[in-house]
Design a protein around this ligand. Structure first.
Ligand SMILES: NC(=O)c1ccc[n+]([C@@H]2O[C@H](COP(=O)([O-])OP(=O)(O)OC[C@H]3O[C@@H](n4cnc5c(N)ncnc54)[C@H](OP(=O)(O)O)[C@@H]3O)[C@@H](O)[C@H]2O)c1
Length: 399
């Protein structure tokens, strides 16, 4: 199947905005839009969030925040804009704030550098804001959902436990996985469900934009391959086990799955390619594997979310696909594109996959997480509730 015909078979999504035209298919559409803030709005992930939030049917961008370098400037002055479309007019004039609460919004996305994300996200959660994070800091916390809606939506049940553990009132933290894990685990989901997974061996060819801006120095990355990305192999070897594991009501139990990852930076702008070998628990033919991937379809609830694809895995039959330049925008960047499904002499089955690191692996992933949170009633309009006033513990004793 060509990508073009594959795209037609899915819900068609425009490359610049993932929101479907058939708005009638959104039964959970909020009566009024939620106000959104972006922490780290000036970075690469933040810019994709700004793009995806323009004209979003459920969310309205009201606040942008970043470092002192950007603070007090308008967004247009502060952001070194990298996208092919102009800055959305609704964002251009927003004044960049510092990354401290309060902000005039109902929840925040975090696209902050990990050096500051951990504490900033906790401050917002403590101040009553749901935090939908891209950063690595809280992904593996024992009470924080690491979420891909198509894979483990049931992990949202951890939120009340997190709030109780941490004394958060209405705030909480939900994270999306690392950019190379996001595409891998989405493709693994139907195989885990259908046949069980034992072993995964993956070699990545990761795009430069995965390192943020300015990222890797040009003299290091031009016409070159760098066989090391700090912390990446560790993330790829741990996050899938949490994502494909269970929430038992009080804690997460990792999937019994062994993984080995080799991560490489290559001179590609957007799109992480991964060469994956898998060992299945049950015997399955290549046809069974292709069919499981090709027919994977999300629930009605998920399909009704504005950024969701009914069929988020696109399987190509051409022997030389997927390729980042040709296929990275499949499904508006929300599809994982799988090709070259073939026998692996070591583990059984191997294939190549591609996913957009900044969309499926970051901004689009966070947006889909927020849409699921909205649809499940985890988001609130802050002006419908009195502000939370935190009384320090010693003052509480006096009161
Ligand atoms: N790039 C990807 O493909 C990808 C994928 C998944 C997850 N992530 C994660 O998402 C986050 C953002 O990634 P990115 O690629 O967008 O990085 P980036 O381009 O380097 O942007 C980083 C953002 O953090 C802000 N920031 C940096 N230091 C700060 C400080 N001391 N105080 C306040 N704000 C500060 C920057 O603001 P200024 O502009 O004002 O400096 C900028 O808005 C990171 O945690 C990254 O690991 C990235």
């Amino acid at each position: 199947m060509s990508l073009e015909s594959g795209k037609r078979k899915q819900s068609v999504i425009n490359a610049s905005s993932p929101h479907r035209d058939d708005k009638s298919a959104h039964p959970k559409e909020p009566q009024r839009k939620y106000k959104v803030g972006i922490l780290g709005a000036t970075g690469l992930v933040g810019q994709h969030l700004v793009r995806l939030l323009a004209n979003h049917p459920w969310f309205e961008l009201t606040e942008v925040a970043a470092s002192e370098r950007s603070s007090s400037k308008t967004y247009a002055e502060a952001a070194r804009w990298h996208l092919d479309i102009p800055i959305p007019p609704s964002a251009r004039g927003l004044v960049v704030k510092s990354i401290d609460p309060p902000l005039d919004c109902d929840f925040v996305f975090s696209a902050l550098d990990s050096s500051v994300a951990g504490t900033a996200e906790e401050s917002f959660a403590r101040a009553g804001y749901p935090v939908v994070s891209n950063a690595k800091n809280h992904r593996m916390d024992p009470d924080v959902p690491l979420l891909i809606p198509e894979v483990n939506a049931e992990h949202l049940a951890a939120i009340p436990v997190q709030q109780k553990n941490r004394g958060y009132d209405r705030g909480f933290i939900v994270t999306n996985p690392n950019c190379s894990t996001a595409g891998l685990v989405l493709a693994l989901k139907p195989l885990a469900d259908g046949f069980g997974l034992e072993k995964i061996f993956a070699v990545t060819l990761q795009a430069l934009s995965g390192a943020g801006y300015p990222g890797v120095a040009s003299l290091d990355c031009s016409a070159n391959v760098i066989p090391f990305i700090a912390g990446e192999e560790e993330k790829m070897e741990s996050e899938p086990r949490k994502l494909l594991g269970d929430w038992d009501g009080s804690s997460f139990a990792d999937a019994a799955l062994r993984l080995s990852a080799h991560c490489n930076r290559v001179p590609v702008v957007d799109g992480h390619t991964e060469c994956v070998s898998i060992g299945l628990k049950k015997t399955a033919s290549l046809g069974d594997v292709r069919e499981a991937l090709r027919s994977f379809e999300v629930s009605e609830e998920l399909a009704s979310l504005p950024s969701a694809l009914r069929r988020p895995i696109l399987v190509l039959d051409e022997e030389d696909r997927p390729q980042p330049r040709r296929d990275v925008l499949a499904g508006g960047g929300m599809a994982v594109v799988v090709g070259r499904v073939r026998p692996c002499p070591l583990l059984g089955v191997k294939f190549t996959l591609l996913s957009h690191n900044l969309v499926r692996g970051a901004a689009g992933a966070a947006l889909l997480n927020a849409e699921l949170l909205a649809a499940r009633g985890f988001l609130r309009h802050r002006d419908a509730h009195p502000p939370i006033i935190h009384i320090p513990a010693h003052r509480k004793r006096l009161a």
